[in-house]
Design a protein around this ligand. Structure first.
Ligand code: F6R
Length: 358
C-alpha cells in the first residue's frame, strides 16, 4: 500500500534512499576504486555502445551515454522507436544496452531483437526479474529498485542512471581503449553517499513551497548541459505527465535557437546547474532579460544563485550525484505542482505503466 503517503509517486520518491542502496549494494569496491558487476560478457573489444529506451528510460540512456563519452567510449543514446530507421546495421563489436524498467516495452524489445539478430552483445538494464528484456538479452543487469506502481517513473530513473554509471566504469576498466573518468575515486565514494544525500534532500527540499508560486503559467522550461541536459529533459517529461501543463526540456544552448520566442514573464525557466555550467548561467540570463523567472537547481555556492529568482539546493558532489539530486528536486516540484492542481498523479490520463504496443 501507500502507507503514510497520499500517492505511490510520493512514496516511491521517498523510497529512493533505500532503492539506490539496493542498486549499488555489492557493486562498488571503494578500496580498489572499481565497480564489480556480475556481467558474464566479454566487453574488452567493444567499440561502441548503443543505449536504447523510451521516455524516462531514454533519459537514463542519455545520462549513461554522457558518462561513457567522458571515458572515451563511443556511445549513443537512441530512442527505441527510432532504432530501426536511424541506426542502420550496428557496427561490429557493438554493445547494445536495453534500458527498460518494465522489460516489456514493445519498441525497446524490437530494437533489442534487431541488434541481437546482427550479432551485437546485449544487456538489459531492467527492474523486473525475468522480464522479456531480461530473458532475451545476453545478460540482465537488475536495478533492484523494487516494484514501481506510479505511472510516472521516479525511483527507477535514479537507479537506472546509477546502474549505467557503474556499467560505464566497468567498461572503462575492462575495455582496451577506454579511460576511467579522471575523478573516479570521488565518483565511487559519492555514489556510496548518494542514498543519504537523497534522504537529506527529501528532508529539506523547498519544492513544495516553490510549487505554490509556479502554478498557472503558460509553459515551463527546463535547461541544462551535459548530464544536466538529460535531467532537464526528464524534469520536463515528469512535469508534463502529471501536471498536464506544457513543459519542455532541452540543452541550455538551444534556448536562443527557437524556444526564446516563447519566453515571457509567464514561462518559468528551471536551470539545472550541478556541473560546470557557466554557459547555462548566460543562457538563463537571456531568458531572465525577457522577464522569465529563473529557478536555479544547483549547489548553494554556484554563481547562478546570484542571478536566480529562486533556488532548489543540491549538495556539491561529483556531477553524477549532484545531477541526480537535482532530478530528485524536480520530481518533488512536479509532484507538488500536480497535487496543487488536483491531478490524477498515480494514473495520469491517457498513459499506461507499460507500453506493449509499437
Ligand atoms: C515516464 C514513464 C515512461 C516510461 C517508458 C518506458 O514517467 O514512465 O516514459 O519510462 O514508457 O518504460 P520502460 O522503462 O518500462 O521501458
Amino acid at each position: 500500500g501507500k502507507g503514510q503517503y497520499d500517492h505511490f509517486m510520493l512514496k516511491e520518491i521517498h523510497t529512493q534512499p533505500t532503492s539506490l542502496q539496493k542498486t549499488i549494494e555489492g557493486r562498488i569496491d571503494a578500496d580498489e576504486h572499481v565497480t564489480d558487476l556480475d556481467v558474464d560478457l566479454d566487453l574488452t573489444d567493444i567499440d561502441t555502445v548503443h543505449l536504447v529506451g523510451c521516455g524516462t528510460s531514454y533519459h537514463a540512456a542519455l545520462f549513461g551515454s554522457s558518462i561513457l563519452n567522458r571515458c572515451d567510449v563511443s556511445a549513443r543514446a537512441i530512442r527505441a522507436s527510432e532504432y530501426d530507421v536511424n541506426t542502420g546495421t550496428p557496427p561490429e563489436n557493438t554493445l547494445f544496452v536495453a534500458v527498460t524498467q518494465s522489460g516489456e516495452t514493445a519498441d525497446t524489445l524490437q530494437a533489442l531483437r534487431q541488434a541481437s539478430d546482427v550479432g551485437a552483445s546485449t544487456l538489459a538494464v531492467t527492474n523486473v526479474v525475468q522480464s522479456t528484456a531480461a530473458r532475451e538479452a545476453d545478460e540482465p543487469l537488475y536495478i533492484r529498485a523494487g516494484p514501481e506502481i506510479g505511472v510516472a517513473a521516479t525511483k527507477t530513473f535514479s537507479s537506472q542512471a546509477v546502474m549505467l554509471t557503474m556499467l560505464s566504469q566497468h567498461i572503462a576498466r575492462v575495455n582496451e581503449t577506454a579511460t576511467r573518468v579522471n575523478n573516479v575515486g570521488q565518483l565511487l565514494s559519492d555514489l556510496r553517499a548518494l542514498p543519504s544525500a537523497v534522504d537529506r534532500i527529501l528532508q529539506s527540499s523547498d519544492a513544495a513551497g516553490l510549487a505554490q508560486e509556479h502554478l498557472d503559467k503558460n509553459a515551463y522550461f527546463f535547461i541544462g548541459r551535459g548530464l544536466g541536459c538529460s535531467v532537464a529533459k526528464e524534469g520536463a517529461l515528469k512535469f508534463k505527465e502529471i501536471t498536464y501543463e506544457h513543459a519542455e526540456g532541452f540543452a541550455s544552448g538551444e534556448l536562443k535557437h527557437g524556444p526564446l520566442a516563447l519566453v515571457t514573464e509567464r514561462t518559468p525557466v528551471f536551470a539545472v546547474c550541478a556541473d560546470d555550467c557557466d554557459k547555462t548561467v548566460t543562457n538563463a540570463k537571456e531568458a531572465q532579460t525577457r522577464g522569465a523567472p529563473i529557478v536555479a537547481v544547483s549547489p548553494p555556492s554556484h554563481k547562478i544563485v546570484d542571478t536566480a529568482d529562486a533556488h532548489l539546493s543540491v549538495p556539491d558532489m561529483h556531477p553524477v550525484c549532484s545531477n541526480l539530486l537535482a532530478n530528485v528536486q524536480l520530481q518533488l516540484l512536479s509532484y507538488y505542482c500536480a497535487t496543487e492542481l488536483d491531478r490524477a498523479i498515480d494514473k495520469p490520463r491517457n498513459l499506461a505503466k507499460s507500453v506493449t504496443v509499437e
